[in-house]
Design a protein around this ligand. Structure first.
Ligand SMILES: [Fe+2]
Ligand SMILES: [Fe+2]
Length: 317
């Protein structure tokens, strides 16, 4: 069914056996979908629609959209951004999606897209820019598809020659995106996401703040996700430690740090701190007002073990 998707919003109350189960305006979650399917009420969500999509089609910032995007709930914001990202990915040439998968950076690409877009929302940037951040974030590391995987995934410290090869993913990525006629901003995301404020970044050593602000957002969340994710060549830091790293480094302004802290939560919907899938949940796992998984069920959420380990292998890539 076309509309039966997490992140969409109910346009009417759902009533079953005289009891109101869900109110109009509720964002659909996976546990809601499960329940509605069990109760054979899936047909009741045929009238749902993607509120963000609709607002964009109408070309105006509706009050509803403001509520969701500028509202207090990061959980809702991430569900809606994720839904919007799916829509935008569907519109991309298939070859670009294949290249992202080939680069081995699919989940990193999705995280960078969502985090950058969330910072753009937080900073009050326009809807077109939010879309650009989603697409630009998703494609920022596409150049890695053209880098030798042996070098890309090498354990331990890199030689300067190997580091040079990896840093070429920026120019290679920009070249790929230019060939697919992507907008100058999307090309710039691939080219400039490793530039730094102190001009010690690559490929051109240009000052980050001379570029669009969204590139600074991307640079920041790229580091955050890279150091807080497990890679074949290094262990991860916990998200809390990665957040602390960003706060302690002198690379980012107070304003950027503030936007980051308000826009990027340490725990996202669909994640929890349980260790493996043979355990049972002992209490409802909730995020904001959502029950992600109920008491007594076997753990099925992706596990994020909050732990701190030393980074091996030097710079993130
Ligand atoms: Fe990169
Ligand atoms: Fe990256």
């Amino acid at each position: 069914m076309k509309y039966e998707r997490e992140g969409q919003i109910l346009t009417e109350d759902i009533i079953h056996g005289g009891v109101q189960l869900f109110k109009k305006g509720t964002v659909i979650t996976s546990s809601m979908l499960d329940l509605l399917q069990k109760l054979r009420l899936s047909d009741k969500i045929e009238n749902t629609y993607d509120r963000l999509e609709l607002s964009l089609c109408e070309g105006k910032k509706s009050q509803l959209l403001q509520d969701v995007l500028v509202g207090k709930s990061l959980g809702k914001r991430f569900l809606i951004l994720r839904n919007r990202l799916d829509t935008l990915i569907d519109k991309l040439p298939k070859e670009l999606f294949v290249k992202i998968k080939k680069s081995g950076a699919l989940s990193h690409s999705i995280s960078v897209a969502l985090y950058t877009a969330s910072m753009a929302v937080q900073a009050g940037l326009g809807l077109d820019m939010i879309d650009d951040c989603l697409v630009g974030g998703f494609l920022h590391d596409i150049g890695k598809s053209a880098v030798d995987p042996k070098v890309l995934n090498k354990e331990g410290f890199l030689t300067s020659e190997e580091f040079k090869k990896i840093s070429e993913h920026t120019t290679l990525g920009a070249g790929i995106l230019e060939r697919y006629n992507c907008s100058p901003f999307i090309v710039s995301c691939a080219l400039n996401h490793h530039e730094r404020e102190d001009c010690k970044g690559y490929p051109n050593g240009c000052k980050l703040s001379t570029l669009p602000i969204a590139i600074s957002f991307m640079h920041m969340v790229d580091i955050y996700d890279a150091i807080s994710s497990e890679r074949v060549y290094k262990h991860s830091l916990s998200r809390a430690s990665a957040q602390k790293y960003l706060m302690d480094t002198s690379q980012f302004s107070k304003e950027l740090i503030e936007t980051f802290l308000k826009a990027v939560p340490i725990l996202l919907p669909g994640e929890c701190t349980y260790v493996n899938s043979t355990q049972l949940v002992l209490e409802d796992v909730t995020y904001d007002e959502y029950i992600l998984q109920s008491n007594g069920t076997r753990i099925c959420l992706s596990s994020e073990v909050m732990r701190s380990k030393t980074i091996r292998g030097g710079a993130w890539r």
